[in-house]
Design a protein. Sequence first.
Length: 623
Amino acid sequence: MWGRLRKGWGCWGKRCNNFGVTVLIANVRIENYKCYLDTTEVELGHAFNVIVGRNDVGKSAFVEALSLKQISKPHRSLATLPNADDRPPAQSRVSVTFSLTAADVLSILSKQPDMALPRVDESPALLVERMKSILANGDRLHTTWTDGVPITTWTATVGQSFSQNFFRFQNPGYPAKVRLEYAGDATGSVQDFSHRLAEAARDRLYVFRAERLNVGECAAGGSNVLRPDAANLPDVLNQLSAVNPVRYERLMTHVRSIFPHITQVTAPFVSGNLARILVWSVPLSSERSDLAVQLSESGTGIGQVLAMLYVVVTSERPTVLVIDEPQSFLHPGAVRKLMEILRKYDQHQYVITTHSPVALSLSDSDRVFLVKRDSEESTLTRIDPNKQLDLSDFLNEVGARLSDVFGADSILWVEGKTEEICFPELISNLAKVPLQGVLVLGVISTDELTSKRAERVLDVYAKLTSGPSLMPPALNFLFDSEGKSDLERSDISRKSRGLVKWLPARMYENYFLVPSAIAAFLRETDASTTPPNAELVSSLLSKRMAETKYCGSLVATDDLWAKVHGAKLLADVIRELTDDRVSYDKVKHGLWFTRYLIAHPTAQIRALADQLSRLVGSSRGLA
């Protein structure tokens, strides 16, 4: 029987090309590790998987767990330790499903001279048919890891045996082919073929952390495969420069793109078989190797980038790169260039954590996960990248960027740059209310809110806040009422579902129409002559305020100060009182007036500060 089976089977994998191993992570689940009690199953995509969150929410813990080398660090919270003398479950578990191609399985198992297969079928011949299917079609490999060891491994096609009964097979096709010849039964604690698949899959997973890599020099062994910890980086660079100079120059081109000051990186033998990485910043034509700097004395990010780019440029097989907080070892411009380069090598899978997704340009094929942490545990929620593209459109509408808003608990959108700078001063220093994560941000043009585009802007925001999003969960708009009728203001507020609110005065500059404030401002800014006193300023304000230029058809009343065009009136009064020596600067001088009024508050500025503090409180659910 077995003779006929061997003859009919022949060599598996003959049709497989030399493309190599595709080890991609289909999903991961983290249990009882640090801040994670149970993530449930997180499905990763083939391209970029971006893990976004603030500091200390669990991004690095996710990376540690995904390395599959983590030591158990049980989750500690009231959920797992309701009493002080309780003990949590001792072991952390990370479950990972790898997606293996037929070439993967052939490449890995051909290197095994013998292997055990779980006895899921009573007949070895039936089990052989399952293995044929894996070699022809690939398979899903399910693994569970504890303390860096795969404690369970099984493939979807063969399945998992709980009986500890196995069939043993010899592989006379070793080391290039796969043939299986039945060699008897085995029982007990046996590592079957799937265990080897799991270890090989982990070897194709590279994790790059923010700390400096100790990879400046190493003993040369003639290898062209970078170790997962990148410890042999000098060796592989030395080999690549000698064996494949075209590919090495491609690597150098990428390095120079990210670090323009670097002209070359070499990895010569410095003594015996010791290879050392040297970073050049002088022209190669100078032939001044003595001016090259050792990698150990260079910036932290250079070693990280060299290792990453070596993997993506040289790997004959798709692999997984996990990059933890690239902004912590590269400046934003370098991060953007690195991401652009990685995009070109889309055969690889990337997992990237970041506390600020500014440098990461999202695409439809990317997957974005938002990490949040409460007092008990961290959670991961998948975000639709299309919604984040809508977010970018929305921010463009109001003149902001993701870097402006990411990380805020809520945003108070205001009229412009002056209000963006001055309102936090009123909230914190006059109303004495801490912002505590509330961001005050000026829009680029409130004119859009009077057009048909206003409904689109507000509708996009409503969609973004209806589910998981990088957008802060609470929002208010506070705008000037200038040029808008009562009907227009009411219509905009209605369309915004009450989010848009209005200053009591026509514009923020109206609050600066205080004679004592203007007199003090002129004493500080106009040193040419004796500045006018508050009485003279008051007289001029009263006279000019009633002019049609500033108040239109309004009738002079006690609250006329709030209805006139405050910015024009203030600028003209300052020019007149200084004979055009001083011109009012909206942003710079607006901050000066704000701070003066905080020190010498009027009833009107106190009322505005109270309004702002109520909006801030409502954004946090405090009012």
